[in-house]
Design a protein around this ligand. Sequence first.
Ligand SMILES: C[S@@+](CC[C@H](N)C(=O)[O-])C[C@H]1O[C@@H](n2cnc3c(N)ncnc32)[C@H](O)[C@@H]1O
Length: 420
Amino acid sequence: MPGLTLRLVAADRLRDVLKGASFSPLSPMELPDGRDRAVANRIITTALRYHGPISRLISELLARGVPKKSGRFETMLHLSLAQLLFLPELGEHSALFLAGEAMRADQKTQHLIKLMNGVLREAQRRRDSVVVSAETLFPDHLLTPWRTAYGDEAIAAFGRALLEGAPLDLTLKGPVEGLDASPVLADSVRISDRDRSVDQLPGYADGSFWVQDAAAAIPARLMTLGPGARVLDLCAAPGGKTAQLIKAGYAVTALDRDPARMERLSANLARLNYSAELVTADALDYAPTEPFDGVLLDAPCSATGTFRRHPEVVWHRDPSDIAGRVALQRRMIGRAAKSLKSGGVLIYCVCSLEAEEGEEQAEWALTQGLETLPITAAELDGWAQPVTEPGFLRTHPGQMVPGDKGGTLDGFFVARFRRR
Ligand SMILES: C[S@@+](CC[C@H](N)C(=O)[O-])C[C@H]1O[C@@H](n2cnc3c(N)ncnc32)[C@H](O)[C@@H]1O
């Protein structure tokens, strides 16, 4: 039946993501037909972006909660509501009909056809009362500190950015002919042609660029050492920042503890025709024989600043989770400082919007034999907005990028230090 398989596959992927997996689009192996795949990915990402309002609506409509042991009932309900309320161009009738058919396709859910239908029809009737705003799009435990840190206007923009998603940004190795792109900052460009996949863009096969959000490309640029300096990239995979450090002319050691991610890093560098010393190890155990001139620590974090491309992150994180990462980041900062020569430069960055992982960590780092090397607007082509008073850098998805393309960027915190 047209449209049914893609919804069953989409429901299974959504189930994994709602259980804690990070979202990655369905692959040709999972859904061979390109159009089906595009529709399935669109419905899943819409369900994730609107997860807050959809979950609220479900709890209002199912007073007794989701029936136990009900197979795909819950995830099909999320997907069908996403289509019905937020993707009307895909057809309301097909959302209703295929939700019923998905229940019919499994013995465990055949008795739920009527419930599914009733809930969806009631949702149609209530559609005008569904509130879509920052207050419903983000959980309170994130929203409250964000409001204090960034203000109401930025928070409203966060909501819009979550629903819009992220543009495609590239970092260029050199000039590329025929790429329809606008400059953002330094060698970051924003792609206008979103109909082609990345590997079909001119210059992909010969390694003329790599995919990297314009904000994610800032930290490595702030490593301002002389050519040939030895730089350690302490949490390197999949290697976007490693590639930048190599491009800048440093002798780079790239370390990550995850072997599969290190393989991706190695393949990415090979495509770019770049090389580095690769080390698969835990950063906390790594003791270099000789200290480095520079260390880039792109620490594991809550990644809340990436919600435009990973809308699920805001539902996966809870306060205890963030506290655990803060402790790990501190140990890593300590390790990074010990791997530096006296006078060496440490760049600490996280793609998190949480002050505990950013601004507060940078203040703590100052007690570890490090002093701030202030970041200046001149290093960002004159863009002053993200530079904060102590000389740190904070981007968030409520800011617009400089340059003529406009649009938002990931949330990043960056601090630069010198080891005393
Ligand atoms: C934010 S990602 C790095 C992204 C990368 N710098 C880039 O620009 O492409 C964080 C990385 O830290 C790695 N990581 C987490 N804990 C680690 C540890 N204890 N030692 C080394 N790497 C670790 C993860 O495997 C992950 O690849």
